[in-house]
Design a protein around this ligand. Structure first.
Ligand code: NAD
Length: 295
């Protein structure tokens, strides 16, 4: 390939090391509470990795696994109890929730001081207002990868494709915080390839395999592919494989730097969750942000 491969696994491992050092400097280990409702296989895998890495960095994790039929009031009560528990520093509610449960009501029951996914109204408001707070994990991971690759991001044109609450919108605000000039493209955007070609940093967060081709990318641009899509692949034992939103083989010849899928943004999402948990623990103990964890 012409450009640099951005190794998200390596950047995430370094961030986890810094998290582990910050954990070790505390008199008592922070605790992350994970709430999983139902038995969605992908959610089980994600939760398993999150718990494993939480423990590897020296933190405690507690789990609340509830059956898919659990009523909305019972889920809200579970989250409220964790919010009120002085021993819990972070609360992660694994999404998506079963259809009969109102996610917004469950998220509203998370104490913003423990909102390690950065999803509550308070966290979103603080991000919007430029006030300190817990930021959503995946977009934070994108910013860290871009800074690792390019250094100072001031003045760079960042084009984000996607405007979801989970990724696109917070990513726009986080890149703005880094003094980027930000464009947000979405499903109704006209001339999408032209807009993408003007990006110094291109962040596709759509969920469409191979949407972004080489002729959408400015030569030398930094491409941070958030998409995770499972496609059929008869050559694999499993019959499928994961790809991003970028046609990687096509794009790597043009991009200056590009993340692979898997092994790019995914590992950063978990590392940023751990970072948020330790940040929440420091803030709850009245301590300043530990060295090495500022962005
Ligand atoms: P979403 O479905 O909520 O949002 C998708 C966005 O893409 C929408 O804003 C929509 O306007 C836009 N869009 C749809 N079709 C488009 C098109 N043809 N052209 C331009 N824009 C289009 O999805 P999401 O939750 O934001 O996730 C996006 C992708 O990122 C998914 O593949 C998801 O699996 C992945 N994801 C990855 C991580 C990670 O850790 N790597 C975390 C979260 C989400």
């Amino acid at each position: 390939m012409n450009g640099t491969l951005i190794d998200g696994k390596q950047v995430a491992a370094r961030l986890r090391d810094r998290v582990a050092k910050s954990v070790a400097a505390l008199p008592s280990a922070p605790t992350l509470a994970v709430v999983l409702i139902g038995d969605d296989p992908a959610s089980q895998v994600y939760v398993g990795s999150k718990i494993r890495f939480t423990r590897e960095t020296g933190m405690r994790s507690i789990e609340r696994r509830l059956p898919a039929r659990t009523s909305q009031p019972d889920v809200v009560e579970t989250v409220r109890a964790l919010s009120a528990d002085p021993d819990v520093d972070g609360i992660l509610v694994q999404l998506p929730l079963p259809a009969h449960i109102d996610s917004a009501a469950v998220i509203a029951a998370i104490d913003p001081a423990k909102d390690v996914d950065g999803l509550t109204q308070a966290s979103a408001g603080r991000l919007m207002l430029g006030q300190p707070g817990l930021r959503p994990c995946t977009p934070t991971g994108c910013v860290i990868l871009a800074k690792e690759t390019l250094g100072d991001l001031s003045g760079k044109h960042c084009v984000i494709i996607g405007r979801s609450i989970l990724v696109g919108k917070p990513a726009a605000l986080l890149f703005l915080e880094q003094n980027c000039t930000v464009s947000v493209a979405h499903s109704r955007t006209d001339n999408l390839p032209v807009i993408c070609r003007s990006a110094d940093i291109l962040v596709p967060a759509v969920g469409r395999p191979n949407l972004v081709k080489s002729d959408w990318i400015k030569a030398g641009a930094c491409v941070i592919d958030v998409g995770i899509n499972r496609i059929d692949d008869a050559s694999r034992k499993s019959g499928s494989r994961l790809v991003g939103d970028v046609d990687f083989e096509d794009a790597e010849a043009v991009a200056g730097a590009i993340t692979p899928v898997p092994g790019g943004v995914g590992p950063m999402t978990i590392a940023c969750l751990l970072r948020n948990t330790v940040l929440a623990a420091y803030a709850r103990r009245g301590l300043d942000v530990p060295d090495g964890l500022s962005i």
